[in-house]
Design a protein around this ligand. Structure first.
Ligand code: SF4
Length: 438
């Protein structure tokens, strides 16, 4: 490496797994002496960590790469595309976007280190998969939050839902050894972290590769780490969400009373075409069980509207489930065909305007539910983990309660990294507002 420190900028698209991967990449590059830049204009390497889950996310990537290509005309810049689109498109990306220098799939990002150290001038594409878990040193991860940390416990997915490209971009499931997960969680506790969020595409199917211990044992083991007070996990799958997982959650004090459980559709016909492996009734049974074990549990979900063949009646059944369950939050999307998936071989039969109308309808219904439920919380006092300044207003902080609702609150002192009691005084559709009492 030259004397002058290399400066890199990372732009992350997509889910928490990608955010976590970007923190890991920052850690690796930090080891080479490279320094993080706040803007691409100040960097000599821009890493774009990509998401392939929807057509729209790929379109956003291509537009961003267009802007970087302009910047590259003005200054010496190398561009690395990493993550799911890198895996999916490989060399095609270099053909379409000549400004890109390196293309690295999710299992190949460690190669960035040698590419940076050697100041590689050649174009480079690497998209091979490893079957085994590849451990990076958790001590090197440069985390964005000093309070709540992502801990990857597995990667990949064996489910092949009909609309989903993830098994083709992240590969088959592989599990991280329990001892290294625990090593990372102990390290977090020593650094003062209070919350660990266990991440994976399908965490419920976790099995320790050394002992075969299942996900429930992982939860119990993480809960033994002193200093870590709250544990969350995602993503769960209703098909793999066995009754003992709900029982383990209820029995472990540190596991937050919160679950993200993707429904995708409330219609059995659509769920079948999606190859989700459960029915609406089975999904609702899980919800009832969770609520009987943990009254007040915060539930969130994912919804896709407009899968090929989705009728108005199918859509109405999804809306009914939303009204019945009253999720605290949903992530809703219009279906778009993704390469290699089973659904992409079906005719994309629902017109774009119908998909858009259904998306808006579902978001309107959900917004009303959230407003009504938030209104009922006014006057209540709740425990909140303060994650930092929410907005630029002085004395306004932001955190989450155990149910994973966003709580913004006023406080005269900086409460970042502490549990506080907040009395709710107001609300919006997506967050609660309150005053710190303790
Ligand atoms: S469970 Fe289905 S939707 Fe989730 S990552 Fe796997 S294939 Fe995709």
């Amino acid at each position: 490496m030259s004397e002058k420190k290399s400066r890199y900028f990372i732009r992350t698209f997509g889910c928490q797994m990608n955010e976590s991967d970007s923190e890991r990449i920052s850690g690796m590059l930090g080891q080479t002496g490279a320094v993080k830049a706040e803007r691409p204009e100040d960097a000599d390497l821009v890493i774009v960590n990509t998401c392939a889950v929807r057509e729209k996310s790929e379109a956003k990537l291509f537009s961003y790469l267009g802007r970087l290509a302009q910047l590259k005309k003005e200054k010496n810049l190398r561009i690395a595309v990493v993550g799911c689109v890198a895996q999916l498109r490989g060399w095609e990306l270099l053909e379409k976007k000549a400004a890109v220098d390196f293309v690295l799939g999710p299992d190949n990002t460690a190669e960035l280190i040698s590419l940076v150290q050697e100041e590689a001038a050649e174009k480079h594409v690497s998209t091979s998969w490893t079957k085994e878990w590849h451990e990076t040193s958790p001590g090197l991860i440069q985390r964005d939050s000093p309070v709540s940390a992502y801990v990857t416990v597995m990667e990949g997915c064996d489910n092949f839902c009909a609309y989903c490209v993830v098994p083709y971009t992240r590969g088959r499931e592989k599990y991280r050894p329990l001892r290294s997960i625990l090593g990372e969680v102990h390290d977090l506790a020593r650094k003062g972290y209070l919350e660990a969020q266990l991440l994976g595409q399908n965490v419920n199917s976790y099995q320790d590769p050394d002992s075969g211990k299942p996900f429930t044992e992982l939860l119990r083991a993480v809960a033994t780490v002193e200093g870590i007070e709250w544990i969350r996990f995602l993503t769960s799958h209703p098909k793999n969400f066995r009754p003992e997982i709900a029982e383990a959650m209820a029995g472990i004090r540190k596991v937050c009373r919160q679950l993200h459980l993707p429904l995708q559709s409330g219609s059995n016909a659509v769920l079948k075409r999606m190859k989700r492996g459960y029915t609406r009734e089975e999904y609702l049974n899980i919800i009832s069980r969770l609520r009987s074990l943990m009254p007040g549990i915060g539930l969130s979900t994912d919804i896709i509207v407009g899968l090929p063949g989705e009728t108005d009646q199918d859509f109405e059944e999804t809306v009914e489930v939303l009204r019945q369950v009253r999720f605290i939050n949903i992530f809703s999307f219009r279906y778009s065909p993704r390469p290699m998936t089973a659904a992409s071989r079906l005719e994309d039969s629902v017109p774009k305007v119908t998909k858009q109308r259904r998306l808006e309808e579902i978001q309107r219904v959900q917004k009303d539910i959230q407003l009504e439920d938030h209104r009922r919380l006014v006057g209540q006092t709740m425990r909140v983990l303060c994650l930092g300044h929410g907005q630029k207003t002085p004395h306004l902080f932001s955190g989450r309660n155990a149910g994973n609702q966003v709580v913004n609150f006023r406080s005269d002192e900086d409460s970042t990294g502490r549990f506080v009691e907040v009395r709710i005084t107001g609300f919006g559709p997506f967050s609660l507002l309150g005053e710190k009492t303790i």
